[in-house]
Design a protein around this ligand. Structure first.
Ligand code: V55
Ligand code: FE
Length: 490
């Protein structure tokens, strides 16, 4: 194959490893809690072949799914490519056939089909378990079903023919009490359309109903929040047009002149019930959580003021402003009694954080106390002398736990040559109180050029164990803890 050369991430810690494999009974420092039985399953992008366009988005890299399987204090690792139709087509051709992120017009003529954009999905964004099945997700395609025992790809999944539309979000929500799945697709009626479809499934996997409506403009609709009564839909900044795609451009452009919106749909509502609240330029890519209190709907999220991703250009051709993507924990309050389309917006605590916010998922949609997120602790900077290749400037060296009852931040520091990927929360037991459990996440050790899985007591914010991998793991977007009762890992 051709050389990776200097493609973004092609050298240093992020250079593709390209192999599949397992490590049984991994090396551990400390003691892995024997109560943790299940798996941390993560997915991200890794280029199998170098991108066709050297300036392409890392979001266009092939899906690579990996898991740390925990049983009685022993941890086994397995990593596999997500074998999408696109991966198989590239393998067969022996080269990269696909062009820009979400622009099928730039694909090789042998596979080009702009009427079926989901056939070129890379499924690199999130892992998800529902109805006893494991999936990898990417918002431009359907879920890809994965065998939890081996991580082999089973194939594309449309809920037994029940899912309408060709796109499925990377952030479906599960109601922790009813087990109901609330999922959506956007660009639901074709490339760059502003159609959204929400679909509701009961916990047994049966579709109950769907609601179709239009966004104020076509935007990247990456994540939502739910409450016991409402669904919140943040729309901001990134926009697309078929014309620009036809001309061979990238999918998203940031338009700082566009207002942000948050749509609120009652969970039992119809299209006519969606209410759009309007705000200034801002970016809500992920959410922490939300709740309905009387006539108010309240959401916390890591929110930036402008374009969060440097690889999606500004529509006016202007330079990238790195401060615009800096996120703060903000609280937005929507008054359903108000006649105006405005809302209140406040910073809860003034430490900047990554855009990847997590909670104890058993509290989704309910009153909750803790928000977890990675951040760069400035008081514990990267040590130049101790660092290895590729780690520069401010890095996500810490996890924070924001206590929303006191607005205090408790922190965990991973090490002075380490960068943390997104962690997730795993409860000590199904009935443990909120926050009584572990934060689990992968650290990149730049000095040793290897990955390490850190396991942190979330109540103390103290590390209890570290799984030492003998190699670098593929970069991760999202990872989740699935207990043995959710998926059949053995
Ligand atoms: C995101 C990530 C994606 C994507 C769209 O984090 C949005 C946000 C890894 O791919 O395709
Ligand atoms: Fe995401």
């Amino acid at each position: 194959m051709v050389s990776f050369g200097d493609v973004t991430g092609g050298r240093g810690f992020g250079a593709p490893m390209r192999f599949e494999g397992s490590v049984y009974d991994c090396e551990v420092v400390g003691k892995v809690p024997t109560s943790l039985n299940g798996a941390f399953v993560r997915v991200g992008g890794e280029w199998f072949y170098p991108p066709m366009k050297p300036d392409d988005s890392p979001f266009n890299a092939d899906g690579y799914v990996s898991m740390f399987r925990f049983r009685n204090g022993i941890v086994d690792y397995t990593g596999r490519w997500v074998r999408t139709p696109r991966f198989e087509a590239d393998r067969k051709a022996g080269r990269q056939l696909y062009g820009y992120y979400r622009n099928p017009f730039t694909d090789d003529p042998s596979v080009r089909d702009p009427s079926r954009p989901n056939l070129r999905t890379v499924s690199n964004t999130n892992t998800f378990a529902f109805d006893g099945k494991l999936f990898t997700l990417k918002e431009d395609g359907l879920p890809i079903r994965i065998d939890p025992k081996t991580l082999e790809t089973v194939g594309s999944y449309n809920f037994g023919g029940q899912w309408t539309g060709e796109t499925f979000t990377a952030h479906p929500k599960l109601d922790p009490e009813t087990g109901e799945m609330i999922a959506f697709g956007y660009e639901a009626s074709g490339l760059a359309s502003n159609d959204i479809v929400f679909q509701f499934f009961d916990k047994a996997g049966k579709k109950k109903r769907e609601v179709r409506f239009k966004a104020p403009y076509v935007a990247m609709l990456h994540d939502i929040a739910i409450t016991e009564k409402h669904i919140l839909i943040p729309v901001c900044g990134y926009t697309a047009s078929v014309e620009r795609l036809r001309q061979g451009g990238v999918h998203w452009h940031w338009d700082s002149k566009l207002p942000s919106y948050v749509g609120i749909l009652p969970r039992d509502g119809e299209a006519k019930d969606v209410r759009w609240f309007k705000g200034p330029e801002s970016s809500t890519v992920h959410t922490f959580n939300a709740r309905t209190v009387g006539n108010k709907v309240i959401m916390e999220a890591p929110i930036g003021t402008s374009n969060p991703f440097p690889f999606f250009p500004s529509i006016d051709g202007g330079p990238y402003n790195p401060l615009g993507g800096r996120c703060f924990l903000r609280r937005q309050t929507f008054d359903l009694n108000s006649k105006s389309d405005g809302f209140t917006d406040e910073v809860v605590e003034g430490t900047d954080m990554t855009g990847l916010g997590r909670i104890d998922d058993r509290y989704t949609g309910r009153d909750y106390r803790y928000a977890y997120c990675g951040f760069a602790d400035r008081e514990k900077p990267f040590d130049e002398a101790k660092g290895g290749p590729g780690l520069k400037g401010r890095v996500t060296n810490s996890y924070g736990r924001w206590d929303l009852s006191t607005n205090r931040l408790a922190t965990y520091f991973a090490g002075d040559a380490h960068a943390l990927q997104e962690g997730c929360f795993a409860p000590k037991s199904p009935t443990a109180p909120e926050g009584d459990g572990y934060l689990i996440g992968v650290a990149s050790n730049y000095r040793e050029m290897r990955s390490e899985l850190v396991i942190i007591d979330a109540a103390q914010m103290q590390e209890v164990a570290r799984v030492i991998m003998p190699f670098r793991l593929s970069s991760q977007v999202h990872g989740n803890w699935f207990a043995d009762k959710q998926l059949a890992f053995a």
